[in-house]
Design a protein around this ligand. Structure first.
Ligand code: FES
Ligand code: FES
Length: 162
């Protein structure tokens, strides 16, 4: 019987490193990142585009990686949450999340960080409303959002985008 699952070799630049991986054409990018490339910082909360836990940067823009087939990202530059810190040094935004108690269980945190860092790169001094709009695709079941917004404000106030 013929193999009904087609596959394709794709090339990705992830956190500055080149990757070449063969993927079934039906696989979601988030599953390739986590299961094939062991980049498990990107979380899966829903698989339906609702929670934002899977947010990454695709060519610099925040994207829900459960909403893309991996083959659609062929040739793209991707940043995952693992790519934020440099040489183990947390970014100002990551430190602000810790210092402002912007996480409890932490499940939403990678996606929050990726959405917030994209915001701060595009707009280094966002208003509270702009922060809330930028994070409206990211659901947190623990914090009530106040401390997350304050953490982003804190990082922005320090003049340190991401
Ligand atoms: S896992 Fe992608 S939006 Fe929830
Ligand atoms: S810290 Fe638990 S879901 Fe946000």
């Amino acid at each position: 019987m013929a193999d009904l699952v087609s596959s394709k070799v794709i090339r990705l630049q992830i956190n500055g490193e080149p990757y070449e991986v063969e993927v079934a054409t039906r696989r979601l990018l988030v599953h390739v990142l986590r299961d094939d490339l062991n980049l498990t910082g990107t979380h899966v909360g829903c698989d339906t585009g609702n929670c934002g836990a899977c947010t990454i940067h695709l060519e610099g823009a925040p994207v829900k990686s459960c909403m893309l087939l991996a083959v659609q990202a062929d040739g793209a530059a991707i940043t995952t949450v693992e790519g934020l810190a440099v040489d183990g040094e947390l970014t100002p935004l990551q430190r602000a999340f810790s210092e402002q108690h912007a996480l409890q269980c932490g499940y939403c945190t990678p996606g929050m960080l990726m959405s917030a860092s994209a915001l701060l790169e595009a707009n280094p001094s966002p208003s509270e409303e702009e922060i809330r709009v930028a994070l409206q695709g990211n659901i947190c079941r623990c914090t009530g959002y106040w401390n997350i917004v304050e953490a982003v404000q804190s990082a922005a106030g320090a003049g340190q985008a991401s």
